[in-house]
Ligand binder design. Sequence first.
Ligand code: NAG
Ligand code: NAG
Ligand code: NAG
Ligand code: NAG
Ligand code: NAG
Ligand code: NAG
Ligand code: NAG
Ligand code: NAG
Ligand code: NAG
Ligand code: NAG
Ligand code: NAG
Length: 530
Amino acid sequence: MRGCYAELLLVLGLLCTHGATMGFGLNLGGLGWGRCIEEERQALVGFKQGVQDDFHVLSSWDSKEEEDCCKWKGIKCSNRTGHVVGLDLRQNIFFGAFEFLSGEISSSILGLQHLTYLDLSCNDFSTLPGFIGSLTNLQYLNLSFNAISGTIPWQLGNLSRLISLDLSWNYNYGVIEDPNLDWLFHLSSLRHLDMSHVNLSKAINWPDKVNMLPSLLYLRLSDCELSMPFSLVPSNANSSSPLSFLELSHNHLNSSVLPWLYRYNNSLVHLDLTNNKLQGSIPKGFGNMVALSHLLLSSNNLNGVIPQTLNNLHSLQVLDLSNNSISGEVPDLSKLSFLTELYLSNNRLNGSLAKSIGKFYKLQILDLSSNSFEGVITEAHLSNFFTLHQLDLSSNSLSLTFSPAWVPPFHLDTIRLSSCKLGPFFPEWLRTQKNFSRLDMSDVGIIDTIPNWFWGLSSNIMILNLSHNQITGNVPLQWFSTRFIGYPQIDLSYNRLTGSLPRFNSDPVVLNLANNLFQGSITSICETNG
Ligand SMILES: *[C@@H]1O[C@H](CO)[C@@H](O)[C@H](O)[C@H]1NC(C)=O
Ligand SMILES: *[C@@H]1O[C@H](CO)[C@@H](O)[C@H](O)[C@H]1NC(C)=O
Ligand SMILES: *[C@@H]1O[C@H](CO)[C@@H](O)[C@H](O)[C@H]1NC(C)=O
Ligand SMILES: *[C@@H]1O[C@H](CO)[C@@H](O)[C@H](O)[C@H]1NC(C)=O
Ligand SMILES: *[C@@H]1O[C@H](CO)[C@@H](O)[C@H](O)[C@H]1NC(C)=O
Ligand SMILES: *[C@@H]1O[C@H](CO)[C@@H](O)[C@H](O)[C@H]1NC(C)=O
Ligand SMILES: *[C@@H]1O[C@H](CO)[C@@H](O)[C@H](O)[C@H]1NC(C)=O
Ligand SMILES: *[C@@H]1O[C@H](CO)[C@@H](O)[C@H](O)[C@H]1NC(C)=O
Ligand SMILES: *[C@@H]1O[C@H](CO)[C@@H](O)[C@H](O)[C@H]1NC(C)=O
Ligand SMILES: *[C@@H]1O[C@H](CO)[C@@H](O)[C@H](O)[C@H]1NC(C)=O
Ligand SMILES: *[C@@H]1O[C@H](CO)[C@@H](O)[C@H](O)[C@H]1NC(C)=O
């Protein structure tokens, strides 16, 4: 069991580092170290007795070694009053080495009545005791990445000074559920709330509860089994907070959520509704959310055309409409001059791209794959993309016609052009892309000999797909053993490549050399793999 948990945390390891240090912009009343107060030292000793400390995280908590508990690991005392004001036992978890506390959060912690900051994230505590609600000076409480299950105790509603509450990512063993969120009402100072992966399927009145938090700036309820209530309380909009970050991805929300979202027209900067059940056209109303920098609507059931009103979102940096059923032509989006990432893949968009792209000077990622775009792309269309590093035009009906002398302004990491028309000559501009890790030029109509310079391009290749062309030439013997990293996927099938079968010293996950004119024994590949 523990193994599974470790694996999860390894994947998420980066989240559990000491990026945010104690402080969090809060006024903790003069942090520093004063002399430890005896009653609080007793409380800490009691807390330590409750936990199971297999990794000796709390080894410094020992009066024989260090009398002054203000100097123990994770403790912050006020240098004015000497009281313990901060307890930071967040663990660092990184690949191959991690440690954590488990067991109980002991009620001895109630001896720390001046505590304003409590971070027990990235440990293995399994219960969230109600008496935490009696630590009424708390401003910051982080219990994310533990193994807590059960219902969130209503006593948390007593933490009226709380500014930041994070109960996310507690879903590994048990599940935290919350049928009503009633306790939220009282947290009038709350600015930052993250309850991702808490099961809120029964909290049908969640939008009203959120409306009641007058200071809320940041709300993350990802994968909370949220659905829409049958009817929303009509817009008594004057109680809305200046919410700017809202992530509701991976829920069951349909378009009935929109009137509620519009309360935050003027304040929302980041809106993530990825993987929900939004249906019908993309609401024109999003064009009123003029502060948006991120609008993420991927993987819903949206159809109809992209509304021209999105061109009002002058601050937009990331627009993700991928994986819907959006159709028609891309409207004029020329005012989105800060756009860095545009994802329109996997829709039914059509028409010529020429009008729409080309004005995004800051673009880094352009993914238009799996649509019905048609027409010719020339160097003129891509000449402003100085910072582009991912380009995906695959699975459209596009022709790419670049002059052989063209030197693109960008250096791409990912080049995906599968099924575009590029041939019959091997594209000469590719010569300038010396550091790609993914190149898919399968089925692009190349009828040519692979030029010698190609073998000298990137030495960081993770994905290479040149299949389904009519490429001729010899693959240099040493090439496979010098150009790939990690566990590459290599597909050179359905060409006319000749020469000996190549040798390897990496472990390809996929190696497809079928339907070529290679000679020699297959064992030459296997032997060097030993
Ligand atoms: C809570 O802790 C987690 C893991 O240590 C961290 O990623 C997250 O940013 C913290 N939450 C807040 C609100 O600081
Ligand atoms: C308390 O500690 C803070 C930060 O270490 C320091 O700036 C401040 O001067 C200290 N106050 C006193 C009274 O020592
Ligand atoms: C917590 O709140 C409840 C009701 O809201 C109240 O009865 C109780 O006295 C409070 N406890 C503390 C320690 O403030
Ligand atoms: C969430 O809670 C509901 C009702 O209690 C339950 O039916 C559902 O299976 C739970 N979801 C998950 C992912 O555990
Ligand atoms: C959204 O879902 C709710 C509850 O599941 C339902 O009552 C409502 O009719 C749905 N709204 C739309 C626009 O489909
Ligand atoms: C709207 O604001 C006014 C004035 O602040 C207040 O009296 C009224 O109760 C508020 N309405 C709602 C529904 O919160
Ligand atoms: C927000 O936008 C919606 C949709 O366009 C509009 O109906 C509503 O009046 C706007 N609300 C505010 C408060 O600006
Ligand atoms: C596309 O969206 C559907 C739900 O609409 C989801 O099940 C699927 O996983 C998504 N596919 C990708 C590649 O994100
Ligand atoms: C694009 O698709 C729309 C409907 O999906 C259709 O009416 C229109 O004719 C198509 N345009 C082109 C250029 O194919
Ligand atoms: C080449 O790409 C790798 C990763 O793909 C990156 O770490 C490295 O910095 C790049 N080198 C140059 C010169 O851009
Ligand atoms: C390479 O591209 C072809 C055609 O687009 C595709 O069928 C094949 O699955 C790809 N190979 C790999 C290893 O992804």
